[in-house]
Write a protein that binds this ligand. Structure first.
Ligand code: CTP
Length: 410
């Protein structure tokens, strides 16, 4: 595919260099079209070296090739990242004062804008009106990510991570999953994130799960060709494009969503951190401190074990379904995390159990991880290590292998 990568003049232009690499690594030709302002952040040599293409910003360059319309006409996909407030305004109003804006006007390919700017600018009604205008023109405008901005401030306005932009862009161009991938024709249910159990209208019991690992598994399963349903509890990471998302706040909501989606799933991956207990009562009004100074006692009740229930349902229905559980283990003075994992595999009755070694600074919210895959059928332990994306791909490859066995009735 030929992708025009428009680059706006913002500090996040450096992230567009990573995006360019991701596109070329998946075999696409990328034509970078920076604005003049973008070149003040990242220079032309970088774009030319990474893409192998000549770079110009100006409509009067390469006039013999009618470059100002040629790039747009030849593109299969146009991605603008970072899309600054100025660039969104010029694109929304059909300006044609540089090569990028003429390219945007001349293309019939799908166009995706990935905005990046300070929160105040993003929330400004003028910018929001331009975004609405672009969407009304049929373009896709991603929501910016929420987080640390260039200065000490933080909020919505960050350029989404390059992988997120790539996934959304390839989906838009109809090139997301692999039709002949190892999970083609299968349905995969992934639960991710941490449940939140309300105590009163403003408080909840929660946990530190970011949902990154589950979301990475959903994306990897999608890339392997599966139709993916992501049952999302509280996530601190964006949901991937091209998967069906069902939101669930509490363990009970997650249970209902999972039971429903599991009925037609070939694979279930329970990566969600489900609260084992919830407050016995949810107060209708905000709980007040006791006037006599006494400490409150919180009564908790057990939540259903969803994974166990899904295993029972699968067994009763004699469904050919692969069930994968997760275990976050710290180990204790006498027992190492894997021993706890092996016991849990037996207790839950799932086919595979992915054991994460967790602790204060391990795994939760981090981007790298180590996961040991235990198998009920007694296959040797498999250790997957690296970024959460790499580990997710490794797990999905293992799932595809196991599924072939389940389908063969082994
Ligand atoms: N899980 C679930 N329902 C629950 C609790 C956990 O489906 N109520 C799933 C998780 O999604 C995960 C697996 O079970 O796939 C293991 O979760 P974990 O909380 O580590 O296991 P527990 O059974 O709660 O064991 P313990 O707290 O004793 O370690």
């Amino acid at each position: 595919m030929r992708i025009v990568l428009g680059i706006g003049g913002g500090i996040a232009a450096y992230k567009a260099a990573l995006l360019l690499r991701l596109f070329t690594e998946s075999g696409h030709t990328v034509v970078p079209v920076p604005t003049e302002a973008a070149l003040r952040f990242v220079g032309a040599p970088t774009w030319e070296a990474l893409s192998g293409q000549r770079v110009s910003t100006d409509v009067f360059d390469r006039v013999d090739e009618v470059n100002h319309v040629h790039q747009g006409q030849a593109a299969d996909l146009v991605v603008v990242a970072p899309a600054t407030a100025d660039l969104l305004a010029r694109a929304a109003h059909g300006h044609a004062d540089d090569l990028l804006t003429t390219t945007l006007l001349a293309t019939r390919a799908p166009v995706l804008f990935a905005p990046a700017m300070h929160t105040e600018m993003w929330l400004n009604p003028a910018v929001q009106a331009n975004v609405a205008q672009l969407r009304a023109h049929g373009h896709t405008v991603l929501e910016p990510a929420d987080g640390r901005l260039t200065g000490p401030d933080s909020g919505p306005g960050r350029l989404p991570e390059p992988e997120v932009v790539r996934d959304a862009a390839l989906r838009l161009a109809g090139d997301g999953g692999a039709p002949d991938g190892p999970l083609a024709g299968t349905r995969v249910l992934v639960s991710a994130g941490g449940t939140r159990e309300p105590l009163d209208p403003v408080r909840f019991l929660g946990n530190r799960s970011s949902g990154k690992q589950g979301v990475a598994i959903a994306a990897a399963a999608r890339d392997a060709g599966a139709a993916v349903t992501l049952v999302a509890a509280h996530l601190e990471t964006p949901v991937p494009a091209g998967v069906e998302v069902v939101h669930a706040g509490t363990a009970e909501q997650l249970r209902r969503a999972c039971v429903r989606a599991a009925a037609r799933a070939d694979v279930v991956v329970m990566a969600a951190a489900v609260a084992d207990y919830r407050p016995a009562r949810i107060a209708d009004a905000k709980l007040k401190k006791a006037e006599d100074g006494s400490n409150p006692v919180l009564e908790l009740v057990r939540n259903p074990d969803i994974l166990k229930e899904l295993v029972d349902l699968r067994n009763t229905a004699r469904r050919r379904q692969l069930l994968v559980g997760f275990a976050a283990e710290t180990g204790d003075a006498e027992t190492d995390p894997l021993t706890f994992g092996r016991r849990k595999l037996v207790r839950k009755g799932c086919d595979l159990l992915a054991v994460n070694h967790v602790g204060e600074n391990l795994v939760f919210g981090q981007d790298t991880t180590t996961l040991t895959v235990l198998s009920a059928a007694g296959a040797p332990e498999q250790v997957l290590e690296g970024s959460k994306t790499d580990v997710a791909r490794g797990l999905v490859a293992r799932i595809a292998q196991e599924l072939a066995g389940v389908r063969a009735g082994a």
